[in-house]
Design a protein around this ligand. Structure first.
Ligand code: PLP
Length: 393
């Protein structure tokens, strides 16, 4: 191990960078230092805590404005947002959806909720997301283009959509993926759950897909407690998203008529109130997190056997989760380092176990996943809360 990288030196450097003494340090903790109390008190004082209230509309408008998209539809969590994105894309049972093997399980689960089939694709070391060149040549070899779209020659099933993930907040290389989606008649849906505020060539992630999903879970860059949103520039898609996520009730003063099987996916007003307060601080969170990332990059540059992951040149990342890439390539070495971090009360974590190795997804179609497999062995995420080096900003 020590000839690959110096565990003690690495853990000590991170520990002193975080100036933590022996205090336990979480992977990603929220920060509530704005108008949270004020807006929450307003909800309680007025009684508007649940499915109706002014903060939902306000949050949706301000979120859309921040991201630079025409419409944001707030929902109960990011997984629900992904589910709705897939339904809006008219994904049918047995359609295949191209999705990275290296992602959080929610991305694959949302596909399964539609009785569709995840088709796992490889990631690259440049973005930690879908490798566009590799995907392009793979589709070239397996696709059979028909009048109603792209079919998988091997399985005979339709490939309906491409669902890339902006891993740990770092934008995937979107332009070539947009091009691939066009060429193979795939709907592009972005899983921007981790990348709120991250820019790809000066445009926000979440604005390239026909629809995109984001999350405001407690560990994301900003939180509503639990929550998510569907982002789109298409007004009719936004309208349908709102309708579907609010039980598909037809507007009427007293009658209860529903015109489809809808979902109760709406974000409660009290969560939206928290969201309004957090959104006001989001530019500051991003600034603080970029500063923290820079401190990691500088500190780690002198340490043998490990690299700090830096945003691709086309991107301005929110650095949601700071990422170390180890030179070693065994689980044993990676886990020794994780043990060492945890014994110092530093909550580091590995990447997610790759989707195709989970029992429920073991039979899904997949391409060669060599790079994702290497990334799984080499990724270690380190504490990334926005306030960790607040005294320097
Ligand atoms: C957090 C996350 C989700 C799901 O969001 P929830 O709000 O937790 O349901 C989906 N995809 C990715 C990549 C995530 O990190």
């Amino acid at each position: 191990m020590t000839d690959v990288f110096d565990v003690k030196n690495l853990v000590d450097s991170v520990s002193s960078l975080l100036k933590m003494g022996d205090k336990p340090i979480g992977l990603h903790q929220p920060s509530f230092r704005g108008n949270e109390w004020k807006y929450l008190k307003d909800c309680l004082d007025t009684g508007w805590v649940s499915s109706v209230g002014k903060y939902v509309d306000q949050f949706e408008q301000e979120l859309a404005k921040f991201v630079g998209v025409k419409h944001a539809v707030a929902v109960v969590n990011g997984t629900a947002a992904l589910h709705v994105c897939l339904l809006l894309s008219e994904v049918k049972a047995n359609d295949e959806i191209l999705v990275p093997a290296l992602t959080f399980v929610a991305t694959a689960n949302a596909i399964k909720y539609c009785n569709a089939i995840p088709h796992f694709v490889d990631s690259d070391f440049k973005s930690l997301g879908v490798d566009p060149a590799k995907l392009g040549s793979y589709l070239e070899s397996i696709s059979d283009m028909r009048s109603d779209g792209c079919y998988n020659k091997k399985t005979g099933r339709r490939i309906r959509a491409l669902l890339p993930v902006h891993t740990f907040g770092h934008p995937v290389d979107l332009e070539p993926l947009v091009e691939i989606a066009k060429r193979f008649k795939l709907i592009l849906i972005e899983d921007a759950a981790e990348s709120l505020g991250s820019l790809y060539k000066n445009h926000h992630t979440g604005t390239y897909g026909q629809v995109s999903a984001t999350s405001f879970n407690g560990n994301k860059i900003m939180t509503t407690g639990g929550g998510g949103a569907v982002l789109t520039n298409d007004s009719s898609v936004a309208k349908l998203a709102k309708h579907m996520t609010t039980t598909a009730k037809l507007p009427h003063q007293w009658a209860f008529t529903h015109d489809r099987v809808g979902y109760n996916y709406r974000l409660p007003n009290i969560n939206a109130a928290l969201g309004c307060a957090q959104l006001e601080q989001l530019p500051h969170f991003i600034e603080q997190k970029r500063h923290l990332a820079d401190a990691y990059r500088k500190t780690l540059s002198s340490i043998k056997g490990v690299q700090f992951f830096v945003e691709p040149e086309y991107a301005r990342s929110n650095y949601w989760l700071n990422t170390l890439i180890l030179n070693s390539s065994t689980f044993a070495e990676r886990d020794l380092l994780l043990e060492a971090f945890h014994s110092k009360n530093i909550q580091a974590r590995p990447a997610w176990q790759l989707m195709h190795t989970l029992s429920m997804y073991a039979d899904c179609p997949r391409m060669d996943l060599t790079q994702a497999q290497q990334l799984e062995l080499k990724i270690v995420n380190v504490p990334s809360s926005s306030f960790l080096r607040e005294n320097d900003v």
